[in-house]
Design a binder for this molecule. Structure first.
Ligand SMILES: [Ca+2]
Ligand SMILES: [Ca+2]
Length: 433
């Protein structure tokens, strides 16, 4: 009996060692594969709840869809008393595409002015098969799909539409949809990731998309993806964006690790126009899946079970640093709308300096801070700007009033938001915890 028990133990040990070795090899292989590309950050895919598109109309009437806890948690609804944002602020969403016809997003989708209207033959520039504005892309009305080399921006994943809604959904034409952080904005759609495309070069597409954003007027780039290895072309593209005064908001990543030790790119590049964002839950605890880092991660923002827009007019929840990144992008757009002479460094500093300090974020972000949308707008900036390119190439003629959002444009939206603000404040404790 003793002998056979020994054999069993020995056999089990050999099996365990073999399994460990195999596991190691697989891990190495998978790390190698991941390191060669850029992936979108899906924190916990299992919590992704896609609303049946057929139910969308019913769901839209459900006021609970407005209860994106991150909006009240970061005081974005209070920030709307100061500004709703501006349609002059173009934000490039480099992601899986956007449902540009989603009712909550449609009027905030960027339109390339050089690809609309009629050409000299009386044909619609949008569909005439010509590169009317000479930017190298044919019929790029709302952006470009770099995976399929096409102006068709269909989001066949959901991630890009979800991110866009957090950044800048505007409640839809009747105001009963979802609201993002900056309800007035222009979202440029740049697709670098397609789940149905095998062998696509996500990294190369990312670089192309960054260049498109730079050349076509984006003031902020939202990048909720990343990978484990740096890339020189990507670094140079983001540096070029910096030289053009563009802010680059990047997800810290969902590798469950310390980014000070295990780098994640592009968030970890040493470029001062990058804001690296980690995700917290409603108790301001960094999510178990999220990367963190005292010197490499700038700020924390809500990222757990965030309600937002999904393709085909739907709504649903997603979790991860991607979602947190979108909150910071939205606030950056509000700060830019409210301070049109700010350069990227001032916008970044304003957001980081006005963050709320939490003990739970000690050693997790550079200043133990969580995003405070209202403070980023309300607190007087104290940062002198010298030698840094300003962002101010967008027109200022529309209005120089910092209350622009409340004084012009979509009155329906403004009324809804004003009404929405009160219930948000009064009942905040029910979901702002
Ligand atoms: Ca074009
Ligand atoms: Ca055209």
């Amino acid at each position: 009996m003793k002998l056979s028990f020994k054999y069993i133990v020995l056999g089990a040990s050999i099996a365990a060692l073999t399994a460990l070795a195999l596991n190691y090899m697989l891990t190495q292989k998978s790390t190698y594969q991941v390191s060669q590309k850029r992936d979108i950050n899906l924190g916990v895919p299992s919590v992704m709840k896609i609303t049946d598109p057929l139910d969308a109309k019913v769901i839209l009437k459900d006021t609970s869809i407005r209860k994106n806890w991150g909006i009240t948690n970061t005081k974005a609804n209070k920030a709307w008393d100061i500004t709703l944002g501006s349609h002059d602020i173009i934000v490039a969403i480099i992601d899986t595409g956007i449902d540009v016809n989603h009712p909550d997003l449609k009027s905030n989708i960027w339109v390339n002015p050089g690809e609309i209207g009629l050409d000299s033959n009386g044909k619609e520039k949008a569909h005439n098969g010509k590169d009317d504005d000479g930017n190298g892309f044919i019929d790029d009305v709302n952006g470009w799909d770099f995976v399929n080399n096409s102006p068709n921006l269909k989001d066949n994943h959901g991630h890009g539409t979800h991110i866009s809604g957090i950044v800048g959904a505007n409640g839809g034409p009747s105001g009963d949809g979802i609201f993002g952080v900056s309800p007035k904005i222009k979202l440029m759609t740049l697709k670098y990731f397609d789940p149905q495309s095998r062998g696509g070069d996500n990294l190369k597409n990312t670089v192309k998309a960054i260049h498109y954003a730079i050349e076509n007027g984006a003031k902020i780039i939202n990048y909720s993806g990343g990978g484990l290895e740096p890339n020189d072309e990507e670094f140079r593209a983001i540096k070029k964006a910096r030289d053009k005064g563009i802010l680059f908001v990047a997800a810290a990543g969902n590798e469950r690790s310390n980014s000070d030790l295990n780098h994640y790119y592009p968030a970890n590049y040493n470029l001062d126009n990058i804001i690296s964002v980690t995700a917290v839950d409603s108790q301001t605890q960094v999510l178990k899946t999220s990367n963190f880092g005292e010197s490499s991660v700038n700020i924390a923002a809500p990222g757990e079970e965030i309600k937002s827009t999904l393709p085909n007019g739907a709504h649903g929840k997603m979790t991860g640093t991607s979602q947190a990144t979108a909150f910071v992008t939205g606030v950056a757009a509000l700060v830019m709308a409210n301070n049109k002479d700010f350069n990227y460094a001032q916008v970044k500093n304003q957001i980081i300096k006005t963050a709320d300090e939490y003990v739970s974020l000690k050693n997790k972000t550079s200043n133990s801070g969580k995003l405070n949308s209202y403070a980023a707008l309300a607190i007087q900036p104290d940062i002198p700007a010298t030698g840094i390119p300003t962002i101010a190439s967008f027109p200022r003629a529309a209005t120089s009033n910092s209350q622009e959002g409340l004084n012009s444009g979509n009155s329906n939206l403004e009324l809804v938001l004003k009404a929405l603000n009160q219930p948000f404040r009064q009942s905040a404790s029910s979901f702002d915890n």
